[in-house]
Design a protein around this ligand. Structure first.
Ligand code: PLP
Length: 251
């Protein structure tokens, strides 16, 4: 059987740690064909982002539409979108393909702290992109910026069906991600917390979930499988540069 296809709309990180490289490696490792559409190009290393240049919104959407017109896309993963204009154009695209499940990683900053989104994009996440998604995967800092009043419940009230608050930057001995849905909160273990910090761990988790959704998993099943994938990738992480470690995703 030919591989299932995951369309990824995300940014390019030339260190290969985060963004599209992380998404491509993750999807391929899980047996899913990645179709990568670039939203923005960054200048960065494993320490931090020096520069982020968004593409024209029309060009971002044209890449995705070319893939959607050509192949049976099973799921879509959104990574960094950069600007409200790209976010709006992507929301319009998703409205034209509303039958395809979307996993939205609302990337606002790199792990080193460098900004990857303008402030207005937050409004587009809240008003358009979350309602078009089956799941969003903010970390705690992103959640505070996206929903300062009431966290995940606030996003569910806006129409997001499920919110996985990721714990990659937490402090407990075990990584415990929180899945918030209308039916309640479920804690999902993501393995022991390993020392050090990782470049692209959020991207890896969200792509692994999206890849498993593309393969036909239900939401909880996909998150649990992604947790196991993360544990292996972080155990195999390596430090090729002067900053964070990169997850070992493809061996
Ligand atoms: N997308 C791009 C293009 C990035 O450069 C980064 C971080 O540098 C991210 C997403 C988010 O990375 P992480 O998975 O470490 O949160």
């Amino acid at each position: 059987m030919p591989p299932h296809i995951l369309l990824i709309i995300a940014g390019l990180d030339p260190s290969g740690g985060a963004g599209l490289a992380a998404d491509i490696e993750t999807a391929a490792s899980l047996g899913v064909h990645p179709a990568p559409a670039v939203s923005l190009v960054t200048v960065q290393d494993t320490v931090n982002v020096q520069r982020s240049e968004p593409l024209a919104p029309e060009l971002v959407v044209a890449q995705a539409e070319a893939v959607l017109a050509d192949m049976p896309v099973a799921a879509i993963k959104l990574g960094a979108l950069g600007t409200a204009a790209i976010g709006t154009a992507v929301a319009d695209l998703l409205a034209r393909h509303a039958d395809i499940p979307v996993v939205c990683d609302p990337v606002l900053a790199a792990a080193g702290g460098g900004a990857l989104a303008e402030a207005d994009l937050i409004v587009v996440y809240r008003e358009r992109l979350f309602t078009a998604s089956i799941l969003a995967t903010p970390n705690r800092a992103e959640l505070t910026a996206l929903a300062p009043e009431d966290g995940a419940s606030e996003l569910l009230a806006l129409g997001l069906p499920a919110c996985l608050v990721t714990d990659g930057e937490g402090r407990g001995e075990t990584v415990v991600n929180e899945l918030h849905r209308a039916s309640g909160i479920r804690l999902l273990e993501g393995g022991p917390r390993l020392p050090g910090s990782f470049h692209g761990s959020g991207c890896t988790l969200a792509s692994a979930i999206a890849a498993r959704i593309a393969l036909g998993d239900g939401l909880v099943e996909a998150i649990e499988a992604a947790g196991r994938f993360m544990e292996r990738a972080l155990t195999q992480a390596f430090t090729p540069g002067k900053g964070q470690a990169i997850p070992g995703r493809w061996w």
